[in-house]
Design a protein around this ligand. Structure first.
Ligand code: E4P
Length: 218
């Protein structure tokens, strides 16, 4: 199981990635626009050794390949996200022929995920909440993808994406998903459990009343 941070916010990346052993950072053009980021600065903001997923813009196969190579030159450990459109799948296949691993994004069905893996994608990103918005079960789709990959020993990692609430994240983690990528709001809710903070305050307060100190003095 792996956690990724779904963000292009430099400050959040700095605060969360190393501190909480996050595997890497995922982004897409919308996230970059929303966070007012720049691709080169984003590439520089991700700690060395962590994976950065950057997405292409074009939907023409040759341009996707060109953009992929440019994005990969920005730093070590860039994996390029390519929407699994007809041209995107072609690009994924051609890049794999050159030995380049990619992530097939905008995955909405098991069949599409299998096709992406068949074309050589090293990762797929099912869009959990966007599937739910289509009145289907996004959690179920992501878990079915994971199940079929495992059963058929398909060498493609599932990074579930597009979450709206913690319940979606929990169901996938319990269900054995390879990885989730979570935006800063949900990430903060996982890390900053109010009950844990309150319990910790109670411990300190009890100790302070007993010793007059809010820390161990051994
Ligand atoms: C991953 O990086 C995906 O692009 C992202 O999680 C999609 O999220 P959204 O559906 O909230 O745009």
């Amino acid at each position: 199981m792996e956690f990724y941070l779904d963000s292009a916010d430099y400050e959040k990346i700095e605060n969360y990635v190393e501190a909480y052993n996050v595997k890497g950072v995922t982004s897409n053009p919308t996230i970059i626009v929303k966070d007012g980021a720049e691709i080169k600065k984003l590439a520089a903001s991700v700690p060395e050794g962590k994976v950065l997923f950057l997405q292409v813009i074009s939907d023409e196969t040759d341009k996707i390949i060109e953009e992929t190579k440019k994005l990969m030159s920005l730093r070590e450990k860039v994996v390029v996200k390519i929407p699994a459109t007809p041209n995107g799948l072609r690009a994924i296949k051609l890049l794999k022929d050159e030995g380049i691993d990619t992530l097939a994004t905008a995955i909405y069905s098991v069949q599409q995920a299998l096709m992406a893996a068949n074309c050589g994608a090293a990762y797929v990103a099912p869009y959990v909440n966007r599937i739910c918005d289509l009145e289907m079960d996004g959690v179920k789709v992501a878990l079915e993808i994971q199940k079929v990959f495992k059963e058929q020993k398909i060498d493609c990692k599932v990074i579930a994406a597009s979450f709206k609430n913690l319940s979606q994240v929990k169901e996938l983690l319990v269900g054995g998903i390879d990885a989730v990528t979570v935006g800063p709001d949900l990430f903060e809710k996982i890390v900053n459990n109010k009950n844990a903070v309150s319990a910790s305050e109670d411990f300190i307060s009890a100790w302070e009343k007993y010793t007059g100190k809010d820390h161990l003095d051994l």
